[in-house]
Write a protein that binds this ligand. Structure first.
Ligand SMILES: [Zn+2]
Length: 88
């Protein structure tokens, strides 16, 4: 039994400052991902006429500056109702 590491020694060994920092930054990353998701969701609208989701995209993504998502591909729950540019 003398060779076995004491439980306190074990904790001191595994909770190094580097590990603690890594854990903290991992949590921070998770939060920023949540924020990013909300930002994306805020830019996606649901068109009542063609019943599809669409979003405003930068000109380099699409020259029309908006993109339609295929029907049934996107959750429409809580999406803002806004007519898409092709239905306006
Ligand atoms: Zn539409």
């Amino acid at each position: 039994m003398e060779d076995e590491e004491h439980i306190i020694d074990f904790y001191l060994r595994v909770t190094t400052p580097e590990r603690f920092r890594a854990l903290k930054s991992y949590r921070k990353k998770a939060v920023s991902h949540e924020n990013r998701k909300h930002k994306i969701d805020d830019n996606i609208f649901y068109c009542r006429y063609c019943k599809r989701c669409w979003s405003i995209v930068p000109g380099w993504v699409d020259r029309a500056k908006f993109r339609m998502y295929p029907e049934g591909n996107m959750p429409t729950f809580k999406k803002k109702r806004k007519d898409c540019p092709s239905c306006q």
